[in-house]
Ligand binder design. Structure first.
Ligand code: FES
Ligand code: FES
Length: 157
């Protein structure tokens, strides 16, 4: 067995990789496991394109190495269960080029998992680390508000 055999729990499945424990998980999911929904933008924690969840918390896959996720549960956009958000994204026609959008959805989903009815300020705070070169910020905010509203309506039924 290789010294570098690492166990990863991603989207509810177990993977074993022979990889450098110091390698960012971004490269493991994209290049080794073929899950290319998580994007590479800046590689320096500045743009949010690579946002994943680690034990439910948003994290930068470009700055998180494989040894840091041992024993933790990783979710990528491929495993994200966020039907209301996806519907709202589509209804508000959010994506332009689309490059940043999986990271945007991961941050939005983490916010709504903690706060079902976030204020606009809370949305701004939660989404402030996700850059969109196409400037879709207003549509992103509208979609998050609309997903939160649909959760509220369902809760009241
Ligand atoms: S690629 Fe990770 S924050 Fe930009
Ligand atoms: S939709 Fe193009 S970068 Fe955000």
């Amino acid at each position: 067995m290789s010294d570098n055999e690492l166990k990863l729990n991603i989207n509810g499945k177990q993977f074993t990789l022979d990889a450098d424990p110091n390698m960012p998980i971004l490269w493991a999911v994209r290049d080794m496991l073929g899950m290319t929904g998580t994007k590479y933008g800046c590689g320096a924690g500045l743009c949010g394109a690579c946002t994943i969840h680690i034990d439910g918390e948003p994290a930068r896959a470009c700055l998180t190495n494989l040894k840091q996720v041992q024993g933790k549960s990783v979710t990528t956009i491929e495993g994200l269960e966020a039907d209301k958000l996806r519907r709202a994204w589509s209804e508000h026609n959010v994506p332009q080029c689309g490059y940043c959008q999986s990271g945007q959805l991961m941050s939005a989903a983490a916010l709504l998992s903690k706060k079902q009815r976030p204020s606009e300020t809370e949305i701004d705070d939660a989404m402030s680390g996700n850059i969109c070169r196409c400037g879709t910020y207003n549509r992103i905010k509208s979609a998050i508000l609309s997903a939160a509203e649909s959760s509220k309506m369902e809760a009241e039924l």
